[in-house]
Write a protein of this length. Structure first.
Length: 289
């Protein structure tokens, strides 16, 4: 198979997972800068040892070889050849990064959820019209969480020297209304690696109020003065279930790009028109293929 060579601005690092197929992995997403138009790309699997060393932070521009994913129908999904990675640049917050982000289409979450077919966007930029809340669910003692912690405690033979994964028992969710005039609201899980790291570090640094600090911090990231936008993506085995993958800033709101139905209307349609979170039974299957 002949690989493509892609230039990618890393914008998303999801919280690490332990899957049955690839073990300790991370899903990385970003913006392809090669070609006439900027567009989204999902890179999976990315092994934990490539991720934890910190050599590839968010908003780094890399060049690497990629192959179209053979087990993921979503158009943005590719398998990275990580050993071909070359670092080209780093875009700090400011004009250069904003210029890239503002070349992307903006969608409404209502349109993304309503669309059907594998050809519709599975990654996108959503500008919230209103933030309606921040919530958390405590899954301490859940069987799925306990099993994940047990697998993490065993460590990895592939990631010698890497820190053992710690999984938060909390699911943090952001509530918002998108730019659709008829939007009744969305509440979606935040799976950004940074919120997992905040839980891991702040519970030790601020043991009495770390959960309040996390809520305060993430609500500040979506303050209107920052011109925020949400990086969102859906789940391979629950394609109507979108998640908040991260938060961008300095995104000027424009008229949202319509999302039409794709061919092959086989994906299930959301039934309640409100929450786009699937059941937690999809544990570990977010990206593992």
């Amino acid at each position: 198979m002949v690989a493509e060579r892609a230039t990618v601005l890393i914008t998303v690092k999801a919280s690490p997972e332990i899957g049955r197929t690839h073990g300790e992995t991370v899903c990385v997403a970003g913006i392809r800068l090669d070609g006439d138009d900027y567009h989204w790309i999902r890179l999976f699997p990315v092994q934990w040892q490539w991720f934890w060393q910190g050599e590839h932070p968010k908003y780094q521009v890399i060049e690497l070889e990629i192959d179209k994913h053979d087990k993921d129908q979503r158009p943005e999904s590719y398998r990275p050849r990580l050993d071909t990675t070359t670092v080209l640049d780093q875009l700090p917050a400011g004009k250069r990064r904003a210029e890239v982000l503002n070349r992307l289409p903006q969608y409404t979450m209502c349109d993304l959820v309503a669309a059907k077919g594998w050809s519709r966007p599975s990654l996108g930029l959503v500008v919230p019209r209103e933030i309606t809340g921040f919530a958390r669910e405590d899954h301490t003692g859940d069987t799925a969480h306990a099993a994940k912690m047990n697998r993490a405690a065993q460590g990895s033979l592939l990631a010698q020297g890497a820190p053992k994964l710690e999984f938060s028992p909390f699911t943090f969710k952001l509530g918002y209304r998108c730019q659709s005039a008829s939007c009744r609201g969305h509440e979606q899980s935040i799976v950004d690696w940074e919120i997992s790291e905040a839980w891991r570090n702040w519970r030790r640094s601020y043991p009495t109020d770390y959960l309040d600090r996390i809520e305060e911090k993430w609500l500040s990231l979506v303050a209107p003065a920052r011109l925020p936008a949400l990086y969102v993506g859906n789940q391979h085995q629950a394609p109507q279930g979108f998640l908040v993958l991260g938060i961008a800033r300095d995104v000027t709101p424009v008229e949202p790009t319509p999302v039409g139905p794709g061919p092959g209307d086989t994906a299930p349609r959301s039934s309640d028109g409100r929450s786009t979170d699937p059941p937690r039974s999809t544990e570990g299957r977010l990206f593992d293929l």
